[in-house]
Design a protein around this ligand. Structure first.
Ligand SMILES: [Zn+2]
Length: 227
């Protein structure tokens, strides 16, 4: 189903792919065996044949802090050229902000989202929007979406702060604008709404009416928050 061909397993494989092979060849002179996979991921821009120029540490949302996820938790892509983006998937971490960053940096975790929003509204970007993050548990939805995690627990409504709703809504509005899809509940969905999922986040205490009102307001304000 995927465009990467052989070497892609569950949800696009765990990194033994075209990218790894290309980088391995280019980097072998400097001793590729000594480099961790996460180091290799940071060298991709030195490799000929990549599609878009990228800057190390760059973010897609102004004000977000770049914190790289382990390369095993996402797949390099060239979105929206190869996969159109028309969904935002809202998640709740079931843990603290710090523990979430830690597991997304763990290559054995097997999953990570593009963004993590802290209770105070601070946003970490861990995967570029160009790339496919393994966050929805559904290959099609991973390829077409941007995933946003929110610090907290689904059964603790007090975790969902005003600062979190507002920051996340600005981020989602910017994504809707960037890829030209409407800020509505068809396109901004919860993980629970991804076909085939057994996840329940963001849960019954996530205030969708409030969130979408903020998203629409930020969307109407225009491009002020885009990078
Ligand atoms: Zn989730």
């Amino acid at each position: 189903m995927g465009k990467q061909g052989a070497g892609t397993g569950r949800d696009g494989g765990r990194g033994v792919s075209r990218r790894t092979l290309i980088i391995g060849g280019a980097a072998s002179a400097v001793g590729v065996g000594l480099l961790a996979r996460s180091d290799l991921a940071h060298m991709w821009w030195q490799v000929p044949g990549v599609d878009k120029p990228r800057t190390a540490g760059a973010v897609d949302f102004k004000g977000a802090q770049w914190v790289a996820a382990a390369a095993a938790n996402w797949r390099r892509a060239d979105r929206p050229a190869d996969y159109p983006i028309d969904r935002v998937v809202v998640h709740v971490t079931q843990g603290s902000y710090n523990s979430t960053l830690r597991v997304f940096k763990d290559p054995w975790h097997g999953a990570a989202a593009h963004y993590v929003v802290r209770k105070d509204g601070h946003i970490a970007q861990m995967i570029r929007e160009l790339d496919v993050a393994f966050h929805a548990g559904n290959k099609d939805y991973n390829q077409r979406s941007v995933g946003i995690e929110h610090e907290g627990f689904v059964d603790r409504p007090e975790d969902f702060t005003a600062a979190m709703y507002e920051a996340s809504a600005r981020l989602t509005a910017a994504i809707c604008r960037r890829y030209g899809f409407p800020p509505d509940r068809k396109h901004v969905i919860g993980h629970v709404e991804v076909p085939g999922t057994d996840h329940t986040d963001p849960g019954p205490h996530w205030d969708w009416d409030r969130y979408m009102r903020l998203v629409r307001a930020a969307h109407e304000r225009g491009g002020a928050a885009t990078a």
